[in-house]
Design a protein around this ligand. Structure first.
Ligand code: G3P
Length: 243
């Protein structure tokens, strides 16, 4: 796995640099769900901000790209991109470069989500570019081997999500606990300062509690909230798993 170049030659970022969003983290990915765009994205951000403050849990939100700047200007919780392209700014029509996320007030980005995969060299390049301008990186992996390989870019967070469980009603915590514990061990052996999150089907406080018991530092969630008839209640339920 190519390691993320550090243009300043500092070596991998320090642990405090690596966990700029919190030692523990609840990360809500709005994806492109119709009920999570525009004004609805901002409303969900406000609900998350309130629920996370009440629960005392660090939280962040990843809206669809067109909504990032507005949420970043309206919310106090970190707002992340769902993806960035590993390119210099310039003549790049339709791409999302790291500098655009920074200029919009974003605090970082997901990379390599199962629904938007990058080749390993692209993950390394995008991570280098995000680190170079002080943005947090949440690299997504599909299994333990993927997690071990991708930990080589020393992201702040590595989220392991078995694709077959994404959007379903069986959580990774209950259906594939060995993927979480195995990824925690694998990442720790490569990048001790990187914090493991887990996602895919997480929909209850018990799923969250189990994920933390297995060694993860938090969860990455989408449909339990984005497809809920009562997002505030869903957020409260999920965040109670951190207590
Ligand atoms: O990015 C998180 C997402 O992939 C998990 O999806 O719907 O299973 O919570 P979901």
């Amino acid at each position: 796995m190519p390691s993320a170049r550090d243009p300043a030659g500092r070596g991998p970022p320090s642990p405090t640099e690596l966990a700029p969003l919190g030692e523990r983290l609840f990360l809500l990915n709005l994806k492109s769900y119709p009920a999570c765009l525009g004004d609805a994205a901002l409303e969900l951000g406000r609900l998350l901000e309130e629920a996370a403050a009440s629960a005392g849990v660090p939280a962040a939100i990843a809206p669809a790209a067109p909504d990032l700047g507005r949420l970043a200007s309206e919310l106090t919780i970190p707002v992340l991109a769902q993806h960035v392209d590993p390119f210099d700014p310039g003549a790049r029509t339709g791409y999302v470069v790291p500098e655009a996320v920074l200029a919009a007030g974003g605090r970082g980005s997901l990379l390599n989500h199962s629904e938007h995969r990058l080749a390993p060299p692209e993950v390394a390049e995008a991570t280098t570019r995000l680190h170079a301008i002080g943005l947090a990186v949440v690299v997504c992996a599909q299994d333990v081997d993927d997690a071990r390989l991708l930990a080589g870019v020393h992201p702040a967070y590595l989220a392991v999500e078995p694709p077959e469980l994404i959007g379903g009603d069986r959580s990774v915590s209950m259906a594939r606990p060995e993927v979480i514990s195995g990824s925690v061990a694998a990442v720790r052996s490569v990048a001790p300062a990187t914090r493991v999150l887990c996602g895919a089907g997480v929909h209850s406080s018990e799923d969250v509690r189990r994920a933390l018991e297995l060694g993860s530092h938090g969860v990455l969630v989408a449909s339990a909230v984005t497809r809920s008839s009562d997002p505030a209640l869903a957020l409260s339920e999920l965040l109670s798993g951190f207590s």
